[in-house]
Design a protein around this ligand. Sequence first.
Ligand SMILES: [Zn+2]
Length: 415
Amino acid sequence: MRAGAPDGNDLFIRDAAVMLGAGLELRQATNISILDGKISEIGAARRTGGQRILTGKGLLVIPGLVNAHIHLNDAPLKDAGHGKSLDELVHPVTGLKATGLRSLSTAERVRRMSGALDEMVRGGITGAVDFHEEDISIIERLRRVNRNSEILTVLGRPQRYFSDSDISLNTGFEEDEIVTFDRQQRKFDGVCLSGANEYSDRAMEQIGAMRKGLSGIHAAESAGTVERSLRMTGETEVERISARLRPDFLVHMTKATESDIDVAAKSVCGVVCCPRSNAIFGVGIPPISRLAASGLEIALGTDNVMVNSPDMFREMDFAARIARSSALDVLSVQARETIRMATVNGEGIIARGEGRGIVEGAKADIAIIGMHGVRLSGTHDVYSALVHRAGPGDVMGTVKSGRLLFRGRGLRMEK
Ligand SMILES: [Zn+2]
């Protein structure tokens, strides 16, 4: 089989190092049996029937990486508008993203989105939560041409944003807009709103009452968005969202106040931090250690493809470094905790529950890392090496629901 080609057969991984369960306990020389897309046995497992045997010596098996926040549809605009502000680039109506995408053909857009999808799978990502601003049609095209699209959880939104006067008058969605979105949302995996500043209280309550599936919204991304919310409504974005929309998770929280964090901890399950995205826009650094200490599940995302590579290794490395730097504490956000953010916590966000990681009975979503290359061999701390040294080039295989979506050249199958 050529490198990169998918493999439909069940796998039996022999003698690999494995990070087990939600706690990512490291166990050496372990066998993993995968049957019908699930992890059927771990440990002294024996090969069953027609399973293909993967030689695990020198390999590390981890839960698949989860990119818990991405905007895949701006992949055709990579690095366009570098140096522009957040608003200039990604404002849902006037931003360069919205105007730039209109000038491209659908075929070109799908080709670029497909490339970003492949990049994620080659980088060990088995789950990605896409905040999609359009109707579902381009995702349906993508799904027809690229099987890697099975890693996507796609959230959609109504095609209406509210003006400042709508917000001050508390105008809601019209009845026909609600009916239209209710019909559309059945094609999505849930709802994503752009941010509290684009919706009236009434509109957020309406979406909160009708939403199905997973729901998330950007919040407290910059000092500007926080100030705008206070100026318009007298409340912060987090206060407004928590009282009206009550989503499953918030994205960013870069400029969340102490009180915002307390409010969020009582009303949502998780927060997805995107520190590289915040940093490139110069809007600040998310308070990752403070958010984690509040009991919120913290996951990581790479945000807009036009601005950041969808590379969860870079995201982990950056997140852990800035968390320790800003807390002035070498013990803040350790490497193992960072890997949890990039794997099981993201899995928990998608599942709207607890992430389980690699355990018997769980879906076989795993990434296989080669530990024998020049970059990682000789490490004294596998967790630290994975966060601070590894990159997508160290991924030897990506398995989604038991299917080998990506097979690197170094992955050896026994005859
Ligand atoms: Zn975003």
